[in-house]
Design a binder for this molecule. Structure first.
Ligand code: ATP
Ligand code: MG
Length: 419
């Protein structure tokens, strides 16, 4: 016997119970986001590798080590999308959305791929709900997007949430700060982790993300980007905070917050949940005022976030979202001598009439069928037999012999008020 094939490492099957939860989460996301004017978009599952190299940044973890890239067979390198913002911005440009009234507000729920070390809450294929508002630098966009994610997470029952907020300023302020930080890191290089030391040139900001004790100590005394922002960036950040205050959203300003993507400018934020283990990030995002230009478009501000579907579910939504009711209103049972064609035609009629109907297909005895009908919570059972059809109401216990044409109308009349 050959070995059984299993799902690839870091992937999982979505079985019916989980699928129902995910559908409920998607429904909530749609209600929250479309209620705020965000329209659904879908982009391809793979893109030109260049899009992520330029849009996410060569120095990021995603681009430097997590992408699934391959030759498309025609000598072009394509990559399974590791994130959604660069593709949405590409679509914005490709479809001339800058001619629409700005900002253009979009949302998605899609699967993403990253070559990660698989562990609880960290997969190689995962799903994100994301929202982007492109074409405005109004701080009210930043605040609105954050409030929407708070609203969604609260609505679905995520627990132990903490919002951290910061500002990265403009690329110019960041460049000056970067030099300063690099000099500081070099001066303290002997106390840094190997990994951080090797990235001083490429991505010094990532030093803030390190768990390494020596590095953390060094970073305590490091210069802070928040103290180096230009006046208009400080004003923008102050306004975002004032709007969040006005909306009653609690947050911590965290000057060490560094997002893993190069394209962020100004506002960045992240939600963690204490209900999650080591992988505590539920979602995050920020402003990316330079990204569209990086992709070859006109200077265009943008802001967005993405939240992991699996992490949202693990953070408590799993227990709070209502299970989808699997209702059977009419069960067609087959006794000895039953005309199967009559039963099948009735099944089809019942479904056309909008009833949730099932027919015996498991080779059960009549007793087994009635037990099964009970197990699936059927309201009505129609027993097709040699002598005719017996229609039973399992809720009231009423039963009567009926003609085949009467089964569907009767079942409709008795239809469960739940539906
Ligand atoms: P992390 O610090 O956990 O690696 P990240 O900064 O790479 O997160 P983002 O790129 O900001 O994450 O993606 C937004 C959200 O998507 C994360 O907060 C998380 O909920 C989810 N996410 C990211 N990578 C994975 C993954 N490999 N498996 C499951 N969910 C993920
Ligand atoms: Mg990551």
């Amino acid at each position: 016997v050959s070995a059984r094939i299993q799902a690839p490492r870091g992937t999982f099957d979505v079985l019916p119970d989980q699928a129902a939860l995910r559908a409920a989460l998607e429904e909530r996301a749609r209600a929250v986001l479309e209620g705020a004017g965000y329209a659904r978009v879908e982009t391809p599952a793979f893109e030109a590798t260049e899009l992520f190299a330029r849009g996410v940044g060569e120095s990021t973890d995603i681009v430097s080590k997590e992408m699934y890239s391959f030759d498309d067979g025609g000598g072009r390198s394509v990559t399974l999308r590791p994130e959604g913002t660069a593709p949405v911005c590409r679509a914005y440009l490709e479809h001339g959305m800058h001619k629409l009234p700005q900002p253009v507000k979009l949302w998605y729920l899609s699967s993403f791929h990253r070559r990660e070390r698989a562990q609880a809450g960290r997969y190689r294929q995962f799903w994100q709900i994301g929202a982007e508002a492109i074409g405005s630098e109004d701080p009210a966009i930043d605040a609105e997007l954050i409030v929407l994610l708070v609203g969604l997470l609260d609505d679905v029952g995520s627990k132990g949430l903490r919002l951290r907020l910061s500002s990265l300023g403009t690329p110019a302020a960041r460049a000056g700060y970067r030099d300063e930080l690099q000099a500081y890191l070099r001066a303290n290089a002997d106390r840094l982790s190997e990994d951080v030391r090797s990235r001083i040139d490429l991505n010094p900001l990532r030093a803030y993300d390190s768990d390494h004790a020596g590095t953390r100590e060094v970073m305590e005394g490091a210069p802070r980007l928040l103290d180096r922002l230009a006046d208009d960036d400080l004003d923008h950040f102050a306004e975002v905070r004032a709007l969040l205050d006005a909306a009653g959203v609690a947050y911590d300003v965290d000057p060490t917050l560094v997002r893993g993507l190069d394209y962020y400018t100004r506002t960045v934020f992240e939600f963690d949940s204490s209900a999650l283990g080591a992988q505590s990030g539920v979602g995050g995002g920020g402003r990316y005022d330079g990204l569209i230009e990086e992709l070859g478009g006109p200077p265009t501000p943008g802001m967005g976030w993405a939240a992991g579907v699996e992490r949202i579910l693990l953070s408590g939504a799993q227990d709070s979202l209502p299970p989808a009711p699997g209702v059977v209103e009419l069960y067609l049972a087959l006794d000895a001598g039953a005309r199967r064609q009559d039963a099948f035609a009735t099944l089809v009629d019942a479904r056309r009439a909008g009833l949730h109907a099932q027919m015996e297909q498991g080779g059960r005895s009549l007793k087994g069928q009635l037990k099964h009908a009970d197990r699936v919570g059927a309201r009505q059972v129609a027993i097709f037999g040699e002598g005719g059809i017996l229609l039973k109401d399992l809720e009231t216990g009423d039963q009567e012999t009926v003609e085949v044409d009467a089964v569907v109308p009767r079942a409709l009349r008795a239809r469960s008020p739940r539906l």
